[in-house]
Write a protein that binds this ligand. Sequence first.
Ligand code: HEM
Length: 143
Amino acid sequence: MVSFIKASVLIFCLFLVACANQNKAPESLYDDVGGQPVMIKITDNFIQEISFNRTIYQYFAKTNIDRFREKFIEYLCVSTGGPCQYTGDTMLKVHQGQKITEADFNTTVDLLVAAMKDAGLTYPQQNRVLEVLAKTRREMLYQ
Ligand code: HEM
């Protein structure tokens, strides 16, 4: 009898867990990759990658890196569905006048991929992040 009650309680608990999971919203890309600590890690790795690349670093020679760091973390967070607010300028405004070539854009994407890899993102996760960031690609090129 006791074991029957124990089994019934166990089954009821499993039922409750199953119900709770059904009502949960699908996990965002932000949560999937590890949330804010990972946004920060990607950004710091990215800044390091940029500093090692002579061609791409030239674009950032006059940039306030503290501001870039803060805004890039926010931008990554919002783009991946995280609970942040982006307080920086639009991609068009920021990159306008820099005359970024396709080749330099692609190199920067490679640096970002290396930054994501070092932050522990899997290959499919890296692609999902690139997919959301690529939406504003046209706003950054040749402007
Ligand atoms: C993967 C695509 C890219 C994303 C998501 C991105 C995003 C951003 C963000 C969020 C900022 C900060 C905005 C602010 O300060 O209000 C920024 C600034 C900047 N980006 Fe990009 N960017 C991308 C590609 C590039 C490329 C390809 C270059 C050049 C090769 C570049 C050069 C810069 C520079 C120089 C700044 C700082 C501008 C300043 O000093 O005011 N970005 N970017």
